[in-house]
Design a protein around this ligand. Structure first.
Ligand code: WT7
Length: 576
């Protein structure tokens, strides 16, 4: 693979990185030894204990763990000790409600400190934490809460109406806690600040996240307490976190990045972290980088592209001299974004690759390693990645195939909730098949090519076409819908829907103004029922969807047509 090389010099490494020699560590590394860096209780572990309480026994006790700021500029901060005590109280509250080990407790909260406190409290009592992105609407909520059988939802008064709307569909949901209701806050503050933190088997569940595939409802990806081992190591090797840092991860804990690198991995590394509870805004972001003297920054390519669009000149008004290291995840990081970052911040973004299912960073660019611009870097020590064909046979360097991982890394999902067969379908020939296509070059660098399936990545967020199609079909004007990701220079992809209307409506949309109005209505219908971020930005009415003879929508053909590409193999296609 031909590409430009970004050579690391002394300027890139003002302090020696945590991972000095990648090749050397890869050779000598074992997870068994790495595990010793964490706190264990005779073979048992608790991820939340490692993230917070462990530090309370050290000089980090009074170190700020969480700097919090919202859009209005309100600020709060919590030391490690304060987080430990508050989460203990939360754990006690849940225990007194009768929440037991293995019960599912879901968080439907904006990015407020209570979200982080509650998450830790849930793990401490051995319950399973589930996070729900605050943009989720009725359908997304009832699918996830119903499938998980959550007995408790922790929410905020601003989001409560959505939970109330779906509550009648959720017989297993016994308690809805509203963190900003005075009665709740008062009760909570009375709880004991001491808590017996449950010692878990490393393979016991700690948290779960719903994620989308091509077909069917979102699936519950189960993660264990052991995941913290890899989340911690990668926070050190890849994010290069250390005690002097103030670190900012821009992700929401509704997604895995916000759990692994805003709570578990980063706090286990003992770092002070900023959480900004506000929308994207270039000036505000630069101001936060300046105000908090952020030294390590983990964000997403869409955000970088939006900063690029706002112009590099804007940066000059801010003192960003504390920035030492920058990483991104979630979608391909354009080479131009790296070049722009070097010009603008004097340093590159380091691309990292992983998935909800992998639980932590798996392939990455490291501070001490030269960057082949456009590549995702190399697999982390302790993990073997390969490019394999569909039966799991390893392909030679330079060949396109499936990006695959050798199972056994500590943060690998343990199963799919209630769907063991779905879990098994991820594996082939002794490999975990990621669903991404890519290649490995002769130097061992991995390159992303695209998804092997129809999963959409819009602004870095994973959206299943089936969920959007189902939401569209629930509208009375719609008979059928096929949904694809359409390449977009800012958002990576946007959601495009091809919609077949009822006979009556298809007559009406011959009038352009009516058609436009209906498109708007359909988009807002999806926003209202599924999620604010998962609606189609483009809608096209068509007479008939391409389908296989067995009736499956062939999104691949919709996409090829949209992009003016050859349609490819149509042997299974029904007459079209
Ligand atoms: C999918 C996983 C894990 C953090 C957030 C995403 C895409 C992820 C990269 C990258 C190109 C990437 C893949 C992957 N993706 N990182 N560096 N370059 N694509 O988690 O929502 O489970 O999505 O995001 O397609 O399979 P996720």
């Amino acid at each position: 693979m031909k590409s430009d090389l970004y050579r690391k010099t002394k300027k890139d490494l003002p302090v020696p990185p945590n991972l000095g020699d990648y090749e050397e560590l890869r050779k000598s590394f074992s997870w068994k030894t790495a595990e010793k860096e964490l706190a264990w209780f005779e073979g048992k572990i608790n991820a939340a204990y490692n993230a917070v309480d462990r530090h309370v026994e050290t000089w980090r006790k009074n170190k700020v763990a969480l700097y919090w700021e919202d859009e209005e500029g309100r600020k709060q901060q919590y030391t490690f000790e304060e987080l430990a005590r508050r989460s203990n109280q939360f754990g006690n509250y849940l225990k007194d409600l009768g929440v037991a080990r293995g019960d599912r407790v879901f968080l439907f909260l904006p990015r407020i400190p209570e979200l982080y406190i509650a998450f830790l409290g849930i793990l401490k009592i051995g319950a399973i934490a589930g996070t729900l992105f605050s943009a989720f609407q009725e359908q997304a909520l009832s699918d996830r809460l119903g499938n998980s059988g959550a007995s408790v939802v922790v929410t905020h008064s601003s989001l409560l109406p959505r939970i109330e709307k779906v509550r009648h569909k959720l017989p297993e949901l016994h308690h809805v806690l509203v963190v900003d209701h005075e009665a709740f806050a008062k009760e909570l503050s009375k709880k004991d600040e001491e808590l017996h933190i449950v010692h878990m088997d490393p393979g016991d569940y700690a948290f779960m996240l719903y994620t989308s595939g091509t077909t069917g409802k979102p699936k519950g990806v189960m993660h264990t307490h052991r995941a913290v081992v890899q989340e911690y190591e990668t926070a050190r090797w890849v994010l290069d976190l250390r005690d002097e840092d103030t670190y900012w991860c821009t992700a929401d804990p509704g997604w895995v990045t916000g759990i692994a690198y805003e709570i578990l991995g980063s706090w286990t590394a003992g770092v002070s972290a900023l959480v900004y509870a506000g929308r994207f805004d270039p000036k505000r972001w630069y101001k936060l980088l300046e105000d908090y003297k952020i030294s390590v920054w983990y964000t997403a390519p869409t955000a970088v592209r939006m900063l690029m669009a706002a112009g590099g000149a804007l940066v000059r008004g801010y003192d960003l001299s504390h920035l030492r290291h920058m990483c991104s995840v979630g979608e391909p990081l354009n080479p131009e974004a790296i070049v722009w970052a070097v010009r603008t911040f004097g340093r590159p973004f380091h691309d990292t690759w992983w998935q909800t299912e992998t639980g932590a960073i798996c392939i990455a660019n490291y501070p001490a390693m030269d960057i082949k611009i456009g590549s995702m870097g190399k697999p982390i020590p302790g993990l073997d990645a390969a490019i394999v064909d569909d039966s799991g046979h390893v392909l030679p360097p330079g060949t396109e195939g499936n990006i695959a991982l050798k199972p056994g890394w500590p943060s690998m999902m343990k199963t799919i909730w209630k769907r063991p067969h779905k879990y098994e379908s991820y594996f082939s020939g002794g490999y975990y098949i990621s669903g991404d296509r890519g290649l490995m070059d002769r130097d061992g660098y991995f390159w992303f090519i695209g998804r092997a399936d129809d999963v959409i990545k819009t602004s870095g967020e994973r959206v299943g076409p089936f969920e959007v199609e189902s939401a569209l079909v629930a509208h009375p004007a719609v008979i059928e819908a096929g949904v694809i990701g359409k390449p977009d220079s800012l958002r990576g992809e946007i959601i495009k829907a091809f919609v077949v209307l009822t006979k009556e409506e298809s007559d009406k949309v011959k009038v352009k103004a009516y058609a436009e109005k209906l498109k708007e209505e359909l988009a807002s219908h999806v926003k209202k029922h599924l999620a604010g971020h998962a609606y189609p930005r483009e809608i096209e009415f068509i007479d008939k969807l391409p389908k296989t003879r067995s009736g499956k929508i062939m999104r691949r053909i919709l996409k090829a047509r949209e992009m003016g590409l050859p349609i490819g193999d149509t042997s299974t296609l029904e007459e079209y």
